[in-house]
Write a protein that binds this ligand. Structure first.
Ligand code: NDP
Length: 471
């Protein structure tokens, strides 16, 4: 398969190409253009030239266009889902969130974002003047996306940007560029040329985008290390930034919880997308009174899960997306083993083709081991015993990340008081990792800058102009 970039509404190839692999088979599934700096400049110029007309379209016109994009996603559901499974590895209908759910979620997010508006606000009204707050689009937005949800995260970036009147240059992860390339190609049926452009390339292209003098804002989802690089590179032109970075979310399970009733929800929150989810549950703090019961219930569930090629009927979880991530997961589990932790299930990668790693539960482990302190971003969950809830809370917060967190209890009032004390951007009660287009989502501490979703997220693609009008 040969894919093209889209610049100013046209399909554009490049002289050099890079391979895209299926993580289940390790086979090359496509070749993608390796963009040059000239390609990037052409895309930025196209976006810049499209901006004046696009930013002047009415709110209703942009709403209509965004809804038309949602129709396109819906009409091409099958093709887009297959592309996700082939390049990302996730089963079409996997546990929690298969590829079809990602495409369905993309359509839903697009429709909900179409409904958001940023009306003029009155800041002050006196006898002599009225001060109004207007929201204006920023200009050209550079979007850089990761490999874990290759369509949905592109939608989270692109749709609010164009909904609020900006134009976009999108660069997907070089591990998973295909579904984004196809979406942007389809989107040209609806959008004027230059409003949404896409370029592909391996390492180096991201840096060129984040330091490009004619890009006004960067929206990025990915690792904290890359987020820090982006902040540095973007500083010369003082770009606006939304950074959605890594998480190491803790869940605190209080002793009054019904273990059997809640174990599946806890399992799904940890293993959604094979654990390759920024806000997945990654550290499970369980009270000593119910610790063994929780370990047993989670092990029973884990042992029913079918890990296989995502295109196969019955596959519930697929491979890890890429070799480097696979090696990191293996390293962290091996380190846990050598520190004396108890492997409840999994823990050894099978020989053979594909980056398959079994669902792995690790007990008798605590803070200070790499598997607890670092983000594994794979199918492994450390289960940590605690006896004092204040100590558990302190350990949950003792991490540089602050994306999500949760408290699980039969007493919602008590859970709420604890949830308020978690240092994270989103706290759930008896739930984890469930996102909504109407609820702001973003990290505190080193998990990010700014929020996505809802009008709060939309505002990040605009600047305020205060207009003071005499009476
Ligand atoms: P990265 O942060 O390196 O990559 C994410 C995106 O950023 C890709 O499009 C990548 O492009 C691009 N990029 C890489 N370097 C730069 C740079 N200097 N400037 C601008 N853009 C850049 O994530 P990885 O894929 O390497 O994954 C590493 C870790 O990140 C994982 O182990 C996981 O912990 C975390 N992660 C978190 C995610 C989240 O949702 N919060 C999602 C994915 C990963 P290219 O692919 O071409 O290098």
């Amino acid at each position: 398969m040969q894919f093209n970039m889209i610049i100013n509404g046209n399909k554009v190839d490049a002289e050099d190409h890079f391979n895209v692999y299926n993580p289940a088979t390790e086979e090359i599934i496509a070749q993608c253009p390796a963009a040059t700096e000239e390609n990037l400049n052409a895309a930025v110029t196209a976006a810049r030239e499209a901006f004046p007309a696009w930013s002047k379209t009415s709110d209703d016109q942009r709403k209509e266009k965004v809804n038309a994009l949602a129709d396109i996603i819906s009409d091409n559901m099958n093709e887009l889902a297959q592309l996700i499974t082939q390049e990302q590895g996730r089963p079409l209908n996997g546990i929690g969130f298969g590829s079809f759910a990602e495409v369905g979620g993309s359509e839903y997010w697009t429709r909900c974002t179409a409904e958001l508006t940023l009306p003029i606000e009155i800041a002050e009204e006196t006898d002599t003047h009225r001060a109004e707050i207007h929201r204006k689009p920023l200009g050209v937005v550079g979007s850089i996306t990761p490999w874990n949800f290759p369509l949905l995260i592109a939608i989270w970036h692109v749709i609010p940007a164009i909904r609020s009147g900006n134009t976009v240059v999108l660069k997907p992860s070089s591990f998973t560029p295909l579904v984004a390339l196809r979406f942007v190609e389809l989107a040209q049926e609806v959008l004027p040329p230059g409003v949404l452009n896409i370029i592909t390339g391996e390492g180096g292209m991201g840096r060129l985008i984040t330091s490009h003098p004619d890009i006004d804002k960067i929206v990025f989802t990915g690792s904290t290390a890359t987020g820090k690089n982006i902040m540095k590179n973007a500083s010369d032109s003082l770009k606006r930034l939304t950074l959605e970075l890594g998480g190491n979310d803790a869940a605190i399970i209080l002793p009054d919880i019904d273990v059997k009733e809640n174990a599946s929800a806890i399992f799904e929150a940890a293993f959604i997308n094979n654990g390759q989810t920024c806000a997945a549950l990654k550290r499970l703090y369980v009270h000593e009174d119910i610790y063994e019961e929780m370990c047993e219930e989670l092990t029973i569930i884990a042992n029913t899960v079918t890990v296989a090629n995502g295109m196969e009927e019955g596959a519930q979880l697929g491979p890890i997306q890429n070799r480097a991530q696979f090696e990191l997961v293996r390293e962290l589990v091996d380190d846990a083993k050598s520190s004396g932790a108890r492997i409840l299930t999994g823990g050894d990668a099978p020989e053979g083709i594909g980056y398959f790693y079994p669902v792995t539960l690790v007990a008798d482990i605590s803070d200070g081991t790499r598997l607890v302190d670092e983000e594994p971003f794979g199918p492994v969950l450390p289960i940590i015993k605690y006896s004092d809830v204040e100590d558990a809370l302190q350990r949950a917060n003792d991490n540089p990340n602050g994306l999500g967190g949760s408290v699980w209890s039969g007493n919602p009032a008590q859970a709420l008081e604890l949830a308020k004390r978690l240092e994270c951007g989103t706290a759930w009660i008896n739930n984890h990792a469930s996102l909504s287009p109407n609820v702001p989502f973003g990290g505190v501490k080193q998990s990010g800058v700014g929020v996505e979703f809802s009008t709060h997220g939309l505002k990040e693609f605009t600047s305020i102009q205060s207009i003071v009008i005499p009476k």
